[in-house]
Design a protein around this ligand. Structure first.
Ligand code: PEP
Ligand code: MG
Length: 755
């Protein structure tokens, strides 16, 4: 009942505002009138409208209740004063005792000292804060949730008025005195590596909501129903377009969207917003603002992902409402850097990725869907860049350093010049590696070094050809599991693996069974928190405790490889008996497949990852049972030095080129050579030319790395004398130094090895 009453109240308020907006008078006069109406309808002594100027400043544009002389004089930087906090956080603030708030900033010219309570809401449009709307009362008033919502809705209506440019022209939005748009360095997190320089394009629906206030509620409800069903059909068509294509990872993602698009709660909230007097477009935008506000506080990665899905769906729905179906509504200029609050993977795929150089996100996580797609498309992405949507202006020059999770906004000429020179060099080098991709990976003295790629998605597989690698040395099967919304069944898995084998053709693919746990938890697997996840219930430990999961995966792999070779390895093996138990599951599945008359793989090779130090002390026993070994140097290093690989405070503290690490690896090389067991290394070490140089000197002949590293490592291999290198490594292995990096770098320089 209370809700109904508020809707009716809000509807009346919105009607009154529409009459004012459509009426005569200057924009300033209408804004003044709007402030009066809001104050009266919301029973407040004060209503103030602050409008954002370029940079990070809001200025008092209209007020009912505060001193009129303060208009156009009072300005707050984002984060300054309570209204500045509302602007910076893009969240409402309701305070019964505003003066007790730590950010309360007293401005005598306003005469606001007599007002005790305050409610401020952001004026939001397309994720950007265009201003702040605030009401104040003399008494200590507790603002009800419905009142906050009503003021937010009014804020949206004002946002549309501001967007027309009649209140504040583009010229007026130029920096105010002394606040020129300065170069900025914004830190975030690394989501997809790489470097890019380009011009900002703000990702937001280009739809202008010309009339946010509805004439006829039923007509708006009908419009939303129609647009919703059009969107559903369009998604079905999109799914049908990808169906049967090899890139079925996209398909999984789209199917998830299709499910989310039916979400009843979301649809209900939009209909309710129409009930408050908004048009369908304005109601969709209103719900989107709520979703964004929720996203700002939610920590759970699963929920964040779902909220991100709504962001994309909202944009699609707006397009259907307006009939403007351009690809995300924005034609990209060359060298575009997309700046967004959040981006869905399908939205990223909507953009012309030949023009897209990089992405900067306010949200985002390393395991998000968009991150996986961006990495596969080789587009650098920096995420969790706080305030990027408000702080970056369209067409600003931006440097995206995906490697270090940082971006530079409006960098100076000198910085840009230096940066573009290194980018040119980088591009030239990549072109040279591409040209050399069919040259053999062989040392000057004729030793073959087999270079493989690490992969995790179908869209990675074409890199096999592009890089000239001999195969996939590590296929991380958990990656496709992580982009889905549910556990894939045997058939789905088999199709996926078959697809990879088909695309790889004659080239070898080594499938690693699920390595979930640690930092890789699919959104649908909910386990209790672990104190030390890296040392926790992960990888093969889960596989052995949940044998059904492992059996299903092995069954799918056997089915996928029928009639061709199958290479499987197990992650995080700590004891020989664990390997034996996993192999027994494999044998069981082979037996089952034979009984069912399945055409078995032509050859089966079962190996282990070596990433737990305990296994080093069981080498002879282990090597008599495995078909091959692949060193996972990322985990092996973290366990050897007891140093969390994901802890930035420990980044670089221990070097993989430390004598201890190299001596350990040498033990593995010698043991495998003696037992005649093929050995590879598939951690990050393999992809860095200097580290790969050390590995070759130790005796490694098979290295598996990210596709982009194959070119540089091949160039290094082709410029080194293996025998001489081996002698050199032996001569420095007993060093007492922290690292042998500088020795190796000098060796490379002296011997003209390309590192
Ligand atoms: C490793 O640990 O070195 C490895 C290759 O596995 P991941 O990075 O997937 O843990
Ligand atoms: Mg590992």
């Amino acid at each position: 009942m209370a809700q109904r009453a508020t809707w009716a109240g809000s509807r009346l308020l919105l009607r009154r505002l529409r009459d004012v907006m459509a009426g005569s008078g200057s924009a300033q006069e209408r804004l003044d009138l709007i402030a009066q109406i809001i104050a009266r309808d919301m029973v407040a002594e004060v209503c103030s409208i602050y409008v954002r100027r370029a940079g990070e400043v809001i200025e008092l544009f209209a007020t009912e209740g505060l001193h009129p002389d303060a208009v156009h004089k009072i300005r707050f930087r984002f984060g300054e004063g309570i209204v500045g906090v509302v602007a910076a956080s893009a969240r409402p603030i309701a305070l019964a005792e505003a003066q007790k708030h730590p950010n309360f900033a007293y401005r005598p010219e306003t005469g606001e000292e007599i007002y005790q309570s305050m409610l401020g809401v952001p004026i939001l449009r397309g994720g950007r804060v265009l201003g702040v709307l605030a009401i104040q009362n003399r008494t200590q008033r507790e603002y009800a949730e419905e009142e906050v919502e009503t003021l937010e809705t009014v804020g949206m209506v004002i946002a549309e008025m501001l967007a027309t440019g009649e209140v504040i022209s583009a010229q007026e939005q130029q920096p105010v005195d002394g606040l020129a748009l300065k170069p900025l360095r914004l830190e975030g997190i690394r989501i997809s590596p790489g470097l890019a320089l380009g011009n900002a394009v703000l990702h937001q629906p280009s739809i202008t909501i010309t009339d946010p206030i509805a004439e006829d509620e039923d007509a708006e409800l009908e419009r939303i129903d129609e647009a919703m069903s059009e969107m559903h059909s369009a998604l079905d068509l999109l799914i049908a377009r990808f169906d049967g294509e090899t890139a079925s990872d996209h398909l999984d993602i789209l199917r998830t969207f299709r499910m989310v698009a039916e979400d009843r709660g979301w649809i209900r909230r939009i209909r309710e917003a129409i009930g408050t007097g908004l048009t369908a477009e304005a109601a969709v935008a209103r719900v989107q603002n709520d979703t964004r506000a929720r996203m700002a506080v939610v920590q759970d990665p699963y929920i964040r992902e779902r909220l991100a899905d709504f962001e994309e769906l909202t944009n699609r729905l707006q397009q259907h409402l307006s009939g403007d179906m351009g690809p995300s509504g924005v034609e990209l200029p060359d060298n575009a850097i997309l700046v967004a609050r959040q981006l869905g993977p399908a939205e990223l795929l909507d953009y012309d990725h030949t023009k897209l150089r990089g992405v900067v996100l306010e949200e985002g996580s390393v395991v998000s869907h968009v991150a996986i797609v961006a990495r596969a498309l080789d587009i650098p992405v920096v995420g969790r860049v706080r305030g990027c949507v408000s702080r970056i202006e369209p067409l600003d020059r931006i440097v995206v350093d995906g490697q270090n999770g940082v971006c530079f906004i409006r960098p100076g000429e000198d910085f840009q010049r230096v940066f573009s020179e290194s980018m040119d060099l980088y591009a030239e080098q990549r072109a040279a590696y591409m040209r050399d991709r069919s040259k053999p990976s062989v040392t000057l003295d004729g030793v073959d070094i087999d270079l493989f790629i690490n992969a995790g998605l179908l869209i990675d597989v074409p890199h096999l050809e592009e890089s000239g690698a001999v195969g996939i040395g590590l296929y991380r099967t958990e990656v496709p599991f992580m982009v889905r919304s549910g556990f894939p069944n045997v058939d789905e898995q088999q199709k996926l693996y078959q697809n990879i084998l088909d695309q790889a053709g004659d080239k070898q693919v080594v499938f690693r069974t699920l390595d979930i746990g640690g930092d890789k938890i699919p959104s649908y697997v909910r386990e209790s928190e672990e104190e030390n996840p890296a040392l926790g219930w992960r990888a093969l430990r889960i596989g052995l405790d949940r044998p059904y999961m492992l059996r299903q995966q092995l069954r799918a792999l056997i089915g996928a490889a029928s009639g061709r070779p199958l290479h499987v390895m197990f992650p995080m093996v700590a004891e020989v008996s664990e390997f034996d138990a996993a192999r027994a599951v494999m044998d069981l599945e082979l037996k089952r497949a034979a009984e069912k008359g399945v055409d078995l793989p032509s050859q089966i090779s079962v190996g282990t990852m070596l990433e737990v130090p305990a296994l080093l002390f069981q080498l002879p026993t282990l090597l008599s049972r495995v078909d091959f070994v692949s060193v996972g140097s990322n985990d092996l290093q973290q366990f050897l030095f007891a140093s969390d690989r994901g802890n930035p405070k420990l980044d670089g503290r221990y070097d993989p080129l430390a004598p201890g690490m190299l001596r350990m690896l040498k033990t593995v090389v010698d043991a495998c050579a003696e037992a005649d067991v093929p050995l590879a290394l598939c951690g990050e070490m393999a992809g860095s030319p200097l580290e790969a140089l050390a590995l070759i000197g130790l005796g490694f002949r098979r290295l598996s790395m990210n596709a982009s590293s194959v070119g540089p490592v091949r160039a290094m291999v082709r410029s080194v004398q293996c025998e001489n290198l081996t002698g050199f490594i032996e001569s420095i292995m007993n060093s007492h130094h922290h690292s042998l990096r500088s020795y190796l770098a000098s060796y490379a320089k002296d011997h003209k090895v390309q590192t």
